[in-house]
Design a protein around this ligand. Structure first.
Ligand SMILES: *[C@@H]1O[C@H](CO)[C@@H](O)[C@H](O)[C@H]1NC(C)=O
Ligand SMILES: *[C@@H]1O[C@H](CO)[C@@H](O)[C@H](O)[C@H]1NC(C)=O
Ligand SMILES: *[C@@H]1O[C@H](CO)[C@@H](O)[C@H](O)[C@H]1NC(C)=O
Ligand SMILES: *[C@@H]1O[C@H](CO)[C@@H](O)[C@H](O)[C@H]1NC(C)=O
Ligand SMILES: *[C@@H]1O[C@H](CO)[C@@H](O)[C@H](O)[C@H]1NC(C)=O
Ligand SMILES: *[C@@H]1O[C@H](CO)[C@@H](O)[C@H](O)[C@H]1NC(C)=O
Length: 271
């Protein structure tokens, strides 16, 4: 009797607490993200404060570009919106996020390493922005990543080798950045049924080398070239100083000749 009453109370409580009506994590994530973006075209005009506390009504979203699942944000598709600003590290509070697409905007700053806390993240498309800094070495902590598209940014540094161990990775593009160093063999030489990526995933990065790109070019200058330049400039300066001396000697010669002439003309009597 007492037990069934207890059960009843439990059930009653669970009915009267609606599942994730407001989610503090999503609210924190959206608030900070919205604040870190600049939105000159006002494409996010319905991202207003009251909606951050309740971004979802079960499966429908109240925010442009957001998709909900069971009361939580699971997809942010904010491509082609002319967004500026940066990506807030509080993005990591959207803990149910599976897909983040901010492609083709003007977002600058770094890719926050806090992305590693998005354990469900499968799609990351940050292509065609102005992101700089390194590819976060912690990114491969998101083990469900299928898509990493970072092409067309200003990213520098090297490619974290752990990316090669992402077994689900089927699309990878870091072309047209400022990356350098070797393409990790774990990524360039993936074998078995792991997705493999060709030259087009890596092209447009001056300092990047190794399969499937060519071998290291050795910073542009070979030893032979350096020796050649040294010898060449040595010879050149020798030739230059020789010319200077010659010109100077010539001038001196002319001067003495002219002086001689003056002396001679002075010595000549006027008739
Ligand atoms: C905000 O815009 C999206 C898409 O444009 C729409 O689905 C949503 O209902 C809007 N939300 C509100 C609160 O107006
Ligand atoms: C990028 O976004 C702009 C609008 O900001 C749009 O005109 C252009 O077509 C988009 N490019 C791609 C490749 O989607
Ligand atoms: C949100 O993210 C920040 C930065 O990663 C973190 O410090 C904080 O604990 C997270 N949680 C909440 C509820 O704000
Ligand atoms: C990433 O976004 C760009 C621009 O919106 C799109 O062209 C590209 O196909 C996307 N990448 C992947 C791997 O889907
Ligand atoms: C990667 O594979 C290519 C072609 O199969 C091979 O030429 C190259 O030596 C390999 N590199 C490494 C580091 O294993
Ligand atoms: C590289 O792979 C992509 C698909 O990932 C394909 O569309 C493209 O044609 C390939 N390019 C070359 C040069 O093989």
């Amino acid at each position: 009797m007492a037990i069934s009453t207890f059960k009843f109370i439990l059930i009653a409580i669970s009915i009267f607490i609606p599942p994730s009506s407001t989610d503090q994590n999503d609210e924190s994530c959206l608030t900070h993200l919205f604040n870190s973006f600049q939105d000159p075209m006002e494409n996010l005009h319905n991202w207003t404060k009251p909606t951050f506390a309740k971004p979802c009504s079960d499966f429908t979203s109240n925010l442009a570009g957001a998709t909900c699942n069971n009361g939580r944000i699971y997809k942010l598709s904010l491509q082609n919106l002319n967004l500026h600003g940066s990506i807030s590290p509080f993005i990591s509070n959207c803990t149910n996020l599976q897909s983040l697409d901010l492609s083709n905007n003007s977002i600058a700053g770094i890719i926050p390493g806090e992305l590693q806390f998005l354990v469900n993240l499968a799609v990351l498309n940050l292509s065609s922005n102005r992101l700089s800094g390194e590819i976060p070495p912690e990114l491969p902590m998101c083990i469900y990543l299928n898509v990493i598209d970072l092409h067309g940014n200003e990213l520098s540094g090297s490619i974290p080798p752990q990316i090669g161990s992402l077994v689900r990775l089927s699309a990878f593009d870091v072309s047209d950045n400022r990356l350098s160093g070797p393409i990790p063999a774990s990524l360039g030489n993936r074998s078995g049924n792991l997705g493999r990526f060709n030259v087009s995933s890596y092209s447009g990065n001056k300092g990047l080398y190794g399969y499937p790109l060519g071998p290291m070019k050795g910073d542009g200058l070979s030893v032979l070239a350096i020796v050649g330049i040294g010898l060449g400039s040595g010879l050149l300066s020798l030739a230059l100083s020789f010319t200077v001396v010659c010109v100077w000697l010539r001038a001196a010669e002319r001067r003495t000749a002219a002086e001689q002439e003056v002396k001679i003309s002075r010595a000549m009597p006027d008739y």
